[in-house]
Design a protein around this ligand. Structure first.
Ligand code: SAM
Length: 401
């Protein structure tokens, strides 16, 4: 393939931390969101705390390849494995990456100078490291960021349909820890993760003009071109002052909260099913519901009309099942193509950032066989959405033929 960003080897690597495909950069995972770093700031110094096996590296390079990434992880084995993988699969990119073995709790002792973009992706199989809930930590991050810098945080926890930014949740505790230091926070939902985007300024950071070159494959080019649209719908978050000090960042506690909220979710979903004339379902029937386009679309459209977060269950489930059992999920793409115009009118922000974005995740996910449908979605978007005046800022972007 065309550039250093791709591998001609048939490479696919998947662990709980990392998903890497040789033939594409965007893979339908939260790590894709880090592309916003290069789009919101054209600077050349990026700091990544939480390298894993390097799934985020190429997302950070796609908007701007003239950068140097300093990547820190305390797991020496995965750090070394990442270095070797990159050397073998994307050899010319390795010169842009500085690998540091160390504890992100004290990252300022391991680096020199300030950064244009800092990405934080630090939860692991036990949950969040406790230091991310300390105000002092965010002051250290603030000090390491240039005045025009961008901070991106991957906050894992409750899925979008369980309202992760409402009530006492780990996401809110994290936001409260940094709210003394960073004044404005934007959020983008992504299945079980929410990406927080912060800067030192009070005004919303702008996406720089960019031009997609033939360094980028068509699939990635189409997705990259849609980031300005996604960003234009990013929410400014008001951080609630409820006391979240006792909310734990341990993974098992996050799962307990998820179970509690799941009961309410199922009750509300069942009310919507009943309103549409369908039978009540149990947890073990949810998968059948996801693979049943008639019930799934009817109920989701009703929930959208009622502005209920349970409407996000189907997009979240589609993006999740894409990894395990993608045959039978194609209906979701057809639903967008046929009903998208109506859905946008119900709630444009939800449509773009949740419903459409998980459709793109389904198509880019290397385990599905849907990537060939990207041109249908691209064509549809160009005709139905991107020609509207208010969205014309995305039009001047050139995409590869
Ligand atoms: C979710 S994974 C990162 C995934 C990665 N960004 C990717 O896309 O491939 C979290 C990583 O943070 C690392 N980590 C957790 N706590 C850490 C700490 N205190 N210092 C350094 N690394 C840490 C873990 O070893 C793990 O590799």
């Amino acid at each position: 393939m065309k550039s250093a960003l791709y591998s001609h080897k048939d490479f696919l690597f998947n662990t709980t931390e990392t998903l890497i495909a040789g033939d594409r950069i965007f893979v339908g995972n939260q790590q894709d969101e880090f592309a916003l770093g290069g789009l919101l700031n054209k600077g050349d110094r990026i700091l990544l705390l939480g390298l894993g096996y390097g799934g985020s590296l190429r997302s950070l390079l796609i908007g701007n390849q003239n950068v140097e990434i300093t990547a820190i992880d305390y797991n020496l084995n995965s750090l070394n494995a990442c270095k070797l993988l990159m050397d073998d699969i994307f050899p010319t990119l390795n010169s842009k990456i500085r690998y540091i073995h160390g504890n992100a709790a004290h990252f300022s002792d391991l680096i020199d100078g300030k950064f244009d973009v800092i990405c934080i992706d630090l939860y692991n199989s036990t949950g969040y490291p406790e230091f991310v809930f300390n105000h002092a930590y965010w002051e250290m991050v603030f000090e390491s960021l240039h005045d025009t810098g961008i901070l991106l945080i991957n906050s894992w926890g409750l899925p979008t349909h369980l309202s992760p930014l409402k009530g006492k949740t780990v996401h809110i505790r994290l936001l409260q820890s940094l709210s003394n230091t960073f004044k404005s926070v934007y959020a983008l939902p992504y299945r079980r993760c929410t990406t927080f985007i912060l800067s030192k300024k009070l005004v919303k950071p702008k996406i720089n003009n960019f031009k997609i070159t033939n360094n980028v494959c068509e699939l990635d080019g189409i997705i990259l071109n849609l980031f300005p649209l996604r960003w234009s719908h990013a929410d400014l978050i008001t951080i609630p002052s409820i006391d979240c000090s006792l909310v734990s960042g341990e993974q098992n506690k996050i799962y307990s909260e998820l179970e509690l909220r799941w009961e309410v979710f199922l009750k509300n979903l069942n009310s919507a099913l009943k309103e549409c004339g369908y039978k009540k379902i149990e947890n073990n029937e949810l998968k059948q519901f996801v693979y049943d386009p008639i019930r799934a679309t009817e109920v989701t459209e009703l929930l959208l009309l009622q502005s209920k977060p349970e409407a996000f269950f189907i997009p979240v489930a589609i993006g999740t099942y894409a990894f395990y059992d993608s045959a039978g999920l194609e209906w979701y793409i057809n639903w967008i193509l046929t009903r998208g115009e109506k859905l946008i009118r119900l709630n444009e922000k939800w449509f773009i950032n949740i419903i459409l974005w998980q459709c793109l995740a389904l198509m880019t996910n290397p385990f599905t066989k849907c990537s060939n449908r990207i041109n249908d979605i691209d064509f549809w978007l160009r005709n139905k959405l991107l020609n509207e005046d208010k969205l014309k800022n995305t039009r001047h972007l050139t995409r590869i033929k």
